[in-house]
Design a protein around this ligand. Structure first.
Ligand SMILES: [Zn+2]
Length: 383
């Protein structure tokens, strides 16, 4: 591992970019660094200008470049028991500890640490750095950057999303949709059931409907045989409702998600749920027109579909010196790049098992493996 990478990892970890906070201090630091090498980075802000994506091109303004993509935000450390300060890199037993070391500031840092080499290499095809915000809260930030790239960037040949894969090449993952459903019933004294509509009872019907769909998905299984668990999953994560035992509750809300196999119609479960909710709502409204079932989407990350033999896959396998691809069950921004017709794979340093945990770490050997990956990329694009 070069000192440059180590230094850059330390710098990036020191910015607390928990998704609820601004990432602009980190963005500004990276911009200053890139400008020092004559590169002109582009900020793509969120609506209230508290966060930004950062896009930069090193090399000529031509097609056939490679995008190195990463997110700048990290998950919270609240209520986690850390041995050392999560925002100061601590080295113990050939590992670097800190929030974001695995997920995924080390990849971003290693790419940045090689900018001097990229500039010196006189690249024939460009390297694009694409760093997003708000990945951890549902891949919210990257969309505007992808739109900008589609409109303004000469077509890249490949996007490499550097989420932690232990430097294995991932060419498929599940898609994620998450929702909040609010049921509004009609409040009444519990002795007067004929005057009320019980929002909790309605919510339990909806939840039972979802858990029945989950059972059906398990039976449907995974025709590709590549996913663990081998089926689409459905999960209810939160529920709140009711006021007192002797009041018919007029409110109940619950949060839920599903993670569908990339081969499945991503809207199927949502549409089936809405149909059923519509039937229940019509029934409730016979009691009172104020009864409602409202479902709002919280997060959407499309699955990454296998694109066998794509340029991204071939390139990443060569750079990582691997000969097989893998599938994972967690979601990333990769599916969004693929939807914009950019060949995309995931390959990055660190173990996903370390992500989001207290005492998150990356092994120094993973940092070194990612450095070799980037160095080979520079060689390939310099030819
Ligand atoms: Zn991540």
């Amino acid at each position: 591992m070069t000192l440059r990478s180590r230094d850059m990892i330390e710098r990036l970890i020191s910015f607390d970019t928990t998704s609820r906070l601004s990432n602009l201090a980190l963005v500004e630091f990276v911009e200053d660094y890139l400008r020092g090498y004559g590169i002109a980075p582009k900020r793509i802000y969120n609506d209230d200008k508290t966060k930004a994506n950062l896009l930069a091109t090193i090399g000529p303004d031509v097609e056939g470049g490679v995008v190195l993509s990463g997110h700048t935000d990290v998950v919270p450390v609240d209520d986690q028991d850390w041995t050392s300060d999560p925002f100061i890199v601590d080295e113990r037993e050939d590992k670097l500890f800190g929030r974001g070391t695995a997920d995924m500031k080390s990849f971003v840092a290693i790419a940045l640490a090689h900018v001097p080499d990229m500039v010196a290499a006189d690249l024939k095809r460009p390297i694009h750095l694409a760093f997003s915000y708000d990945e951890e809260v549902g891949c919210i930030g990257v969309g505007s950057m992808i739109a900008h790239m589609s409109a303004h960037l000469p077509r890249p040949r490949a996007v490499i999303v550097g989420e932690p894969t232990s430097m294995r090449v991932i060419n498929a993952h599940k898609g994620i949709r998450s929702f909040m459903t609010e049921v509004t019933g009609l409040e009444a004294h519990s002795s007067q059931q004929q005057l009320g509509v019980n929002a909790i009872v309605i919510a339990t019907k909806l939840i039972t409907f979802l858990s029945d769909i989950f059972e059906e998905m398990k039976e449907r299984g995974d025709p590709s045989g590549r996913f663990e668990p081998p089926h689409t999953t459905v999960q209810i994560g939160t529920i709140h409702g009711g006021t007192a035992i002797n009041i018919i509750p007029h409110h109940c809300s619950f949060g839920w998600e599903y993670r569908s196999l990339p081969s499945q119609d991503a809207d199927e479960i949502y549409h089936r749920f809405l149909d059923y909710a519509g039937e229940l709502e019509a029934h409730m409204q016979k009691m009172s027109p104020q009864c409602r079932i409202v479902t709002r989407q919280r997060a959407l990350a499309p699955g990454l579909k296998v694109d066998e033999g794509s340029e991204a896959e071939t390139l990443a396998l060569a750079l990582a010196e691997q000969n097989e691809t893998h599938a994972v069950s967690y979601g990333t921004e990769a599916g969004l790049f693929q939807q914009a017709e950019m060949p995309t794979v995931i390959c990055g340093p660190g173990d996903i098992a370390q992500a989001h945990r207290p005492d998150e770490f990356i092994e120094l050997s993973q940092v070194a493996a990612c450095e070799r990956f980037v160095q080979r990329l520079i060689e390939v694009l310099g030819r």
